[in-house]
Design a protein around this ligand. Structure first.
Ligand SMILES: NC(=O)c1ccc[n+]([C@@H]2O[C@H](COP(=O)([O-])OP(=O)(O)OC[C@H]3O[C@@H](n4cnc5c(N)ncnc54)[C@H](O)[C@@H]3O)[C@@H](O)[C@H]2O)c1
Length: 301
C-alpha cells in the first residue's frame, strides 16, 4: 500500500530546517501541497529570517513539488491564523497540521525567568492552539483532518533543566488527547510524536548517539500518522534512531478502600504496593473511560 497525499494540503510549522524540513520534503514527494512555515530565528527563538522557509520551498519546487512559504511566527494568534490562511489562499484546503516549530531556553527552575517560560510556552504550546484552532474549524467542515503534535521525552518522562520546555511538551499531549475526542465525529485524528534526532537543537547534546539518530528516521512515523491510512487517534509515539514505539499513560487497578470508607494517609502507605502494581493496568482514552471502569467497583456493597 502506498500512502499518497495527492489532493491534500499539509501545514508543517518550523519546516525551515531540522525535522520539519524532512517532513515537508517527504510530504511534497508524496504529492501534498505543503505550507512550509518557519519564522527563521535562532534555537532560542531570537531574530528571524525568510531564508530557511524559502530554501525549503525552492527545494520542493525544484523537485517538481508544490509548496508555499509562510514566515509567520506561530507564537501569536494572528501568526497561527495566517499560516492556515496561507494554506487556504494557495491551495484551498487544509488536511494535515504537523505542529513542529520549537525553541529551547533551558534553565533549572531556580534560574528560570518568566520571559524564558513565556517564550517557550508561546511557541510550543500556545502556538499549537493558534494553528490548530483555525485548522480544526476547516477540517470539521470538510469532515477530515490529521493533527500531529510534537512532544518530547523531556516532557513526558522528564529531564533536568527543562521545566519550561517539559511542561509545554507535556501540555501538547493534553491538547492532542482532547482534539482526538472533539474531532472523532468529524473524521479528525490527533496524535503525538516524541522524536529524538540530530538537528541544530540537539547537536551539542547527543554525544555518541548523534550518528545514529538522523532526522530522516523520524519522518516515516510522522507521515504515517498524517495519512488517511492512519485510523489511530489519541496516541503518542516515540521515534528514535529507527525504533518506533508507543508511549501511553496507564492506570493501575489500584486499591479500593471500600464503600463509605474514608481511609487515612497510613492506609495509603499500607496499600502502596496495590496502588503501584502494574498488573492489569488499563489505558483510558477519556475521563469517561476512567470513571466508567470504576462503576462496578463503586457498586459493590
Ligand atoms: N531534535 C530532537 O532530538 C528533538 C527531541 C524532542 C523534541 N523535538 C522537537 O522537534 C521539533 C523540531 O525540532 P528540531 O530538532 O528540528 O529543531 P530546529 O531548531 O531545527 O527546528 C525548529 C524550527 O522551528 C522554527 N521556529 C521556532 N519558533 C518558531 C515560530 N515562533 N514560528 C515558526 N517557526 C518557528 C525554527 O526557526 C526552526 O526552523 C521541536 O518542536 C522540538 O522541540 C526535537
Amino acid at each position: 500500500m502506498s500512502l499518497e497525499f495527492g489532493d491534500q494540503t499539509v501545514i508543517v510549522t518550523g519546516a525551515g530546517g531540522g525535522l520539519g524540513r524532512q517532513y515537508a520534503l517527504e510530504f511534497a514527494r508524496r504529492g501534498a501541497a505543503v505550507v512550509v512555515n518557519d519564522a527563521g530565528g535562532s534555537v532560542a527563538g531570537a531574530g528571524g529570517s525568510d531564508v530557511p522557509a524559502s530554501r525549503v520551498v525552492e527545494e520542493i519546487v525544484a523537485n517538481g513539488g508544490r509548496a508555499v512559504a509562510s514566515l509567520d511566527s506561530i507564537a501569536t494568534p494572528e501568526g497561527g491564523a495566517a499560516v492556515v490562511d496561507a494554506a487556504i489562499a494557495a491551495f484551498g484546503r487544509v488536511d494535515v497540521v504537523v505542529h513542529n516549530a520549537g525553541i529551547l531556553r533551558d534553565k533549572s527552575l531556580v534560574k528560570l525567568d518568566w520571559a524564558d517560560l513565556d517564550a517557550v510556552l508561546d511557541v510550543h504550546l500556545r502556538g499549537a492552539f493558534y494553528v490548530s484552532k483555525p485548522a480544526f474549524i476547516h477540517m470539521k467542515d470538510s469532515k477530515y483532518g490529521r493533527f500531529v503534535f510534537t512532544s518530547s521525552n523531556a516532557g513526558v518522562f522528564g529531564n533536568f533543566g527543562q521545566s519550561n520546555y517539559g511542561a509545554a511538551k507535556a501540555g501538547l499531549v493534553g491538547l492532542s488527547n482532547v482534539l482526538a475526542i472533539e474531532g472523532a465525529k468529524s473524521g479528525i485524528t490527533s496524535n503525538v510524536i516524541m522524536p529524538v534526532a540530530r538537528t541544530r537543537m540537539t547537536e551539542d547534546l547527543l554525544g555518541h548517539f548523534a550518528d545514529q539518530v538522523a532526522p530522516e528516521l523520524v519522518t516515516p512515523m510522522v507521515v504515517f500518522l498524517a495519512s488517511a491510512a492512519c485510523e489511530l487517534t489519541h496516541e503518542c509515539f516515540s521515534a528514535v534512531g529507527g525504533r518506533y514505539a508507543r508511549v501511553f499513560t496507564g492506570l493501575t487497578q489500584g486499591w479500593y478502600a471500600g464503600k463509605g470508607v474514608v481511609p487515612s494517609a497510613e492506609d495509603i502507605l499500607v496499600h502502596l504496593d496495590e496502588i503501584e502494581n502494574r498488573d492489569g493496568y488499563t489505558v483510558p482514552l477519556s475521563t469517561a473511560d476512567e470513571l466508567t471502569a470504576l462503576l462496578p467497583l463503586l457498586a459493590q456493597e
